[in-house]
Every structure is written in C-alpha cells, then in structure tokens.
Design a protein around this ligand. Structure first.
Ligand code: 0CM
Ligand code: SF4
Length: 319
C-alpha cells in the first residue's frame, strides 16, 4: 500500500508570467523568421528565459551578444531590454535590416531621458549596474549625462554638475519598495530634482510584486519561476522574503524545486516572472500534484489587458 500523500494548498498568483512586452518581443522574432526565413539574428536573449530562447533557436534564431557577431546581410532583432543608441546607429551604417523589440515601456523611459537632456538636466538613473536595460537606457545619452545609483547609500555619494538641474529615471523591473526609498533619498538630498509621478517601474512588475505581498501571509514557502538573470523574477523572490516567507526560491523549472526545504509546508505560493512561460508553471503544478493531495487557490489582485503592436515592418506584406 502506498503512503497517503500529504495535503497542501498551492496559492497561484494572478497576474503572473508573460507581460505585454515579452509577448510582443517573442512575436517579433517569430514573425521575422516567417518573413525573412532563418537565420534571423537576435542581439542578447530576446527575454531572460532559457526555454524561450531555446524554442526560438530551434526555429532558426541565432542569439549573439554583440552586433559585431552578425553578418550584414541577415536581419537582426534587438532584445526587449533595449539597446544603447550606438547599436541601431551601427546597424544603419552597415545597411542591415533591424527590428527593435525594446518594450514600449522601456522606450518610454528612453524618451523621458532624452527630453530631460534637451532641457539641460543631468540624469540620475536608479537601476542595476550591468543589466542590459540599464546599459541601454544610459546609452541614450552621452557619457557622463546619466549617473547610476543602485542603493540609498549611493545617493549620498553622488557628485552632480548642478543640484538645481537634475532629473531621475528608473529601470522598469525594480523592487517598488526599495525604489521608493531611493527616490525619497534623492528628493531629500536634491529637493529640485524632477522625475516621473513615482518611478518608471512597469505595470507588470508592480502587479506581480503586489500579488506576492497578498499571498505571503497565507504561505509557508514561495516559488518564483524565472531565470537567474531575470531582474523582475529575482525581485519577486526578494519581495516574498521581505513579506515574511520563510523559504522563497527562484526555480527555472520543476526539477529545480528543493523538496526537502518544503517538507512540512502546508501552503505554498507560486508565481512566475514576466519572462517565464505558462508551460513551466503547469510543469511545477503537476510536480506538486504528484507529491501532494493538492488544493489550488488562485489569488487575483489585478486584471491585465495591455497589448503592444509589433513594429510596422513586420505588419507589412511578406518580403
Ligand atoms: O529586465 P528583466 O531582467 O526582468 O528582463 P526579463 O527578460 O526577465 O523580463 C522582461 C523584460 C523586460 C524589459
Ligand atoms: Fe515591458 Fe515590464 Fe514586460 Fe519589461 S517587464 S517587457 S518593461 S512590460
């Protein structure tokens, strides 16, 4: 006789997983492959998820880190995270076909930065050093025009040109709460600084974090499906920990789950970063159903109906 399975409630976050920018970026690669055939080059992972990248690679996409790795005569797509200005400029100089899959909500921040720069303001960007979005956004303006801060402590160290001529922008996938503290520190040190109403964190990041906070008091452990290089996914783990989840783990798929750490848990929360496919969520749910007598509860805190159009070049008739 097999031992009876223990009972467990799985709280499923809604919204979770793909956002409109990720949906659009993946669609852009698929449509480019249809329009121009393989190979189509993609500069950087189109979104930060190995399974998405592997799936597109199987269809003929070639992923590279730099434009210099692409031939002149094949189309190239820029990832959802955005690129410095020098990248499309170089593609144009080489007369390449290129399609920009930068999320429109990242492009919005690029435009903000440019507008402030035109008005003679120096920029402070709140973001993570080395993240492609931060590199892309800082690369919209000449060197030295955008100063990066990652923490409240960095604000105290800032050396600005003129404290009366400053504006701030942010990465779109930051922790809402940590960013609020950094913005408060900026405003305290530079009362004249101007910026967005709150920050530039996107709706998808905001909603996924808010849902984790609602689930946290109900659960013993939180699992976040996402990649180690996915900023928004990693922030969900941090939000879970800060909200009191004893165990919060980032997993790429079911095989990564630390079942021992879940021993004794009666309630587990499950969410997925904006770049994690729903198939992986289903794989994790199935793995729980194999081990537990499972009750599923969806915790919905928002409905998302955002959709972004693909660029015109892909809506035109086939080449
Ligand atoms: O910016 P982040 O690392 O969270 O990227 P991602 O590919 O995981 O998520 C979607 C986006 C953007 C921009
Ligand atoms: Fe756009 Fe936000 Fe999705 Fe990034 S996480 S692609 S900024 S909607």
């Amino acid at each position: 006789m097999t031992a009876e399975k223990p009972a467990l409630t799985l709280y499923l976050a809604a919204p979770r997983g793909f956002c409109a920018g990720v949906d659009r970026a993946i669609k852009i690669v698929e449509m480019a492959l249809e329009k121009w055939g393989a190979p189509v080059y993609v500069r950087h992972e189109i979104v930060h998820n190995r399974f998405v990248v592997d799936g597109l690679r199987a269809k003929g996409a070639v992923f590279v880190e730099e434009l210099s790795e692409c031939p002149d005569d094949r189309p190239v797509i820029f990832s959802a995270h955005g690129v410095p200005r020098a990248v499309p400029a170089e593609a144009a100089r080489r007369e390449m076909i290129y399609v920009d899959a930068t999320c429109p909500l990242v492009s919005k921040v690029h435009i903000e930065a440019e507008r402030h720069h035109q008005n003679g303001l120096q920029m402070v960007m709140i973001g993570h050093a080395g993240h492609p979005e931060t590199i892309g956004t800082m690369g919209q303006l000449p060197p030295g025009e955008v100063l990066l801060v990652e923490t409240v402590a960095d604000v105290a160290k800032l050396q600005v040109r003129d404290p009366g001529k400053l504006a701030f922008i942010t990465q779109t996938t930051l922790s809402v709460d940590d960013t609020a503290e950094i913005v408060a520190a900026l405003k305290a040190r530079f009362p004249a600084i101007i910026g967005p109403h709150k920050e530039d964190i996107c709706y998808a990041t905001t909603n996924r974090q808010a849902t984790v906070k609602v689930i946290a008091p109900k659960i013993d452990a939180l699992l976040v499906i996402g990649a180690p290089n996915s900023s928004n996914s990693r922030r969900l783990v941090e939000v879970g920990r800060t909200a009191g989840c004893g165990h919060a783990q980032l997993v790429q798929r079911a095989a990564d789950i630390d079942w021992r750490a879940l021993a004794g848990a009666r309630a587990v929360g499950l969410t997925a970063g904006a770049s994690a496919p729903e198939e992986l969520v289903n794989e994790v749910i199935d793995a729980f159903a194999d081990r537990y007598l499972l009750t599923r509860e969806t915790v919905e805190t928002a409905r998302e109906n955002v959709e972004f159009k693909v660029p015109r070049i892909l809506r035109e008739a086939r080449a």
